[in-house]
Design a protein around this ligand. Structure first.
Ligand code: NIG
Ligand code: FE
Length: 417
């Protein structure tokens, strides 16, 4: 049995809990000063102060890491990404800098549809190779579990190819991948005006194959003006649920067209974006179990006002933060930038940001019982930062402070400063 013992962490941030934290609970991150954690194989077996654990741990059996002057946290969960895609859209970014908006670029054939051709052209092996590189970059930022969506194929062959690539990456790479089917991500010209028929095609032709090969656990949709409306969303989510998918939805990003209301009603695990969430949407999110997943780097890159994180938390919602890594609206998976935007522009405390990147991120992908906190029985996924306190995370602004990543009880990344 392999034992790893980390001791003398200046701050050991536990984020203890097996359920999402709502509202004020998001500030309770359970810091243990001079903290220690013992891991056996893939599992955390003891957590406490170094003094408590020194009394029961036999160091002769363990690999010991001295975390003096360091902060130790649960591994970050990036619960919303589109990291598998072919091609790039750097030209669009420059158009946006000159003032074009995301939706107008989409209307002229850019946007999501522009990524479909290169993604269809890429082989599965090519998607795996580029996905592997992107996952290596995630690991450097302390991400130990990532959610990845399909959605740049929008036909059977390419949607399945994207998901198969992620399934293989999950098997070979230390970062765990939770897969989401996002067939209704956009409307290709040939389906314009036939959105309902497109959803039926996905439900009857593509999604049964996704289930058969166990390629995705979640089903997601882009509910937006000019994309899929609330009625299409309700129909899709209801049928996806009947097929055994857990649900997610992109809602209230540009226009509030009722997506959040519908997704909460269908029992979605998360509603994501929420820049324009309504008061009614906030009330429903606060009352229910759906996580409000905010993607600050997307708002930043699109020069849109940030989602109302403060209002959501004060109303009692469970907020998660994720990167939204994708080739269009947000080509970054920079966790320190999320921390900076959360604290500086969304008026979240660093404690709330940490909850949003750990236990609430885990809850958004139905993993709060296994990951997202440092506590006995959970998977041994954690990160060690170069500095002694969580307060360095926003203060050393947008700098990656991760110096070690432990995944399933093994060090999988170490940084030489
Ligand atoms: O979450 N909003 C829809 N989908 C992605 C963008 C994907 C793209 O632009 O390629 C998002 O931001
Ligand atoms: Fe997205």
């Amino acid at each position: 049995m392999a034992k790893l013992y980390i001791k003398h962490a200046s701050e050991l941030v536990t984020c203890k809990g097996k359920a999402p934290k709502h509202g004020k609970e998001m500030s309770e991150i359970g810091i243990i000063e001079d903290g220690a954690v013992l891991m056996e194989d893939e599992t955390i077996v003891k957590v406490g102060t170094t003094q408590e654990l020194d009394g029961i741990v036999d160091e002769k059996d363990c690999t010991v890491i001295d975390a003096t002057g360091k902060t130790v946290l649960p591994g970050f969960v990036d619960s919303h990404t589109h990291y598998i895609f072919g091609g790039y859209r750097a030209d669009e970014f420059t158009w946006r800098l000159k003032g074009d908006d995301y939706m107008s670029i989409m209307e002229r054939g850019g946007g999501i549809n522009a990524t479909v051709v290169p993604t269809r052209e890429a082989t599965e092996e090519e998607l795996i190779a580029i996905g592997r590189e992107r996952m290596n970059r995630m690991l450097e930022f302390g991400v130990t579990t990532v959610e990845g969506k399909s959605g740049y194929g929008m036909d059977e062959e390419c949607e399945l190819k994207m998901l198969r690539a992620m399934k293989k990456l999950d098997e070979e790479h230390p970062v765990d991948v939770v897969r989401t089917f996002l067939g209704p991500h956009s409307v290709l010209p040939e389906w314009k005006g036939k959105e309902h028929a497109f959803i039926d095609y996905m439900l009857t032709e593509v999604m049964p194959k996704v289930r058969e090969e166990d390629l995705a656990e979640f089903a997601d949709i882009f509910t937006e003006k000019g994309v899929f409306n609330a009625e299409d969303t309700a129909y899709y989510l209801k049928h996806a649920k009947e097929m055994g998918f857990k649900l997610k939805a992109h809602t209230d990003e540009m226009f509030p067209i009722g997506g959040t209301e519908v997704a909460v009603k269908e029992g979605a695990f998360s509603c994501d974006h929420l820049l324009k969430v309504t008061d009614e949407g906030i009330r429903l999110l606060a009352e229910g179990n759906t996580i409000a997943t905010l993607l600050p780097c997307t708002a930043f890159c699109l020069k849109e006002p940030f989602a109302p994180a403060r209002k959501l938390i004060d109303a009692g919602c469970a907020v998660a933060l994720a990167s939204d890594l994708n080739p269009g609206s947000c080509f970054t998976n920079n966790i320190p930038l999320i921390v900076a935007l959360g604290c500086i522009h969304m008026n979240m405390s660093i404690e709330e940001v940490i909850t949003a990147l750990t236990i609430n991120g885990a809850a958004a992908i139905d993993r709060a019982d296994r990951i997202g906190s440092i506590e006995e029985g959970k998977q041994a996924d954690l990160v060690m930062l170069k500095f002694p306190s969580i307060n360095y995370m926003p203060y050393h602004t947008a700098i990656n402070l991760v110096e070690r990543v432990v995944k399933k009880g093994k060090t999988v990344y170490e940084k030489v400063w």
